[in-house]
Write a protein that binds this ligand. Structure first.
Ligand code: ZN
Length: 333
């Protein structure tokens, strides 16, 4: 896992080759080894392609040692990937009333989650309230795949790239932040859905993480007033491609080798929920719920207390997965 240093970094097709772009400082790339002379680092970038970057123009985060999370694991050793879904001009994600785009809301929630993970806290497990300072340390490494805020984060990032970042960091968990559209029915409780991976070796862990997130999001969202909507079957679920009946339907879940979930927190297509999604209070509640679920996932063996259904073949429309040919590495301005 590498981060482009202050001032930017030259990106070339070959080690020592003519740079084709100077990448913007702060961008995250998936590191994949060094050139023979050690002067260049091979990277997989947000446009789902391979390139080379000067070793002097990046900061490298080492691959975490293999470890099993659960009871006894120190949260201070956790490596967590926060992945705000969608991005760039061609991939807005779901669109709500007045053209409200999912891609920007996902970045806001991701930034709040990153901030929570980067400091120590105490959690009142009765109320779910998170207080600053306390026995839960900051996570060791927190990476946001679509780095930056606002306009800076509004660039395309392929699903293979997102998964590659998680793999390069050897993360303990990756959470893709999304919000939903196309609800089926009105619901009495928030219509939270989380998709988990059903392929080995991450099945059990991904499902446990997904179930914990559903539980915590429901708990966090019921404090808000809305005419909730949802799918006919709520909770943690997993979708399998109809092409082979085995592989994951969603690209990021298929490509990721670490426990990964896609969180569909609220329905941006539902006017009441779209309004909530634009408030700091609701965005905080979303991030706080995922944070609590990550703490439970990393430091306990709790299975979670929300409904989860077994994987099912799904032949709906998932949208475009890989980066488009027009995708560009954001340049240093
Ligand atoms: Zn989405």
């Amino acid at each position: 896992m590498v981060t482009v240093a202050v001032g930017g970094a030259d990106i070339a097709a070959e080690p020592g080759g003519m740079p084709f772009v100077r990448a913007r400082e702060g961008l995250v790339l998936a590191g994949r080894g060094l050139s023979a002379d050690g002067a260049w680092v091979r990277v997989f970038h947000m446009c789902d392609g391979q390139a080379w970057v000067r070793a002097t123009e990046i900061a490298a985060t080492p691959h975490a040692p293999d470890a099993t999370v659960g009871a006894g694991f120190d949260f201070g050793d956790a490596v967590i990937i926060v992945d705000p879904g969608h991005g760039g001009p061609a991939n807005t994600g779901a669109v709500g009333p007045g053209g409200l785009a999912e891609k920007g809301i996902n970045v806001e929630i991701g930034a709040r989650l990153r901030a929570l993970l980067a400091e120590s806290h105490r959690i009142d497990w009765q109320t779910g309230q998170i207080l600053r300072g306390g026995d839960i340390p900051a996570a060791a490494v927190v990476v946001v795949t679509r780095s930056g805020l606002g306009e800076l984060a509004d660039y395309e990032a392929g699903l293979d790239f997102r998964a590659a970042v998680a793999g390069a960091a050897n993360a303990h968990a990756m959470v893709s932040i999304h919000n939903n559209a196309g609800w089926e029915v009105p619901t009495v409780i928030p219509g939270v859905d989380v998709y988990y991976q059903s392929q080995a070796p991450v099945t059990t862990e991904s499902r446990r993480l997904g179930t914990l997130i559903v539980e915590e999001l429901r708990r966090g969202f019921v404090a808000f007033e809305a005419d909730w909507v949802g799918a006919n079957e709520l909770g943690a679920k997993s979708r399998i491609s109809p092409r082979d009946g085995v592989s994951q339907y969603y690209g990021v879940l298929k490509a990721s080798v670490v426990p990964t979930v896609i969180v569909e927190g609220a329905y941006i297509s539902n006017p009441g929920e779209a309004e909530l999604l634009q408030t700091p209070e609701f965005q905080h509640a979303y991030a706080a719920a995922v944070y609590r679920a990550l703490v439970r996932f990393i430091t306990t063996d709790e299975p979670g207390d929300a409904p989860s259904s077994d994987p099912e073949v799904w032949d709906g429309f998932a949208g475009r997965g890989g980066a488009r040919p027009e995708c560009e590495i954001p340049p240093q301005s």
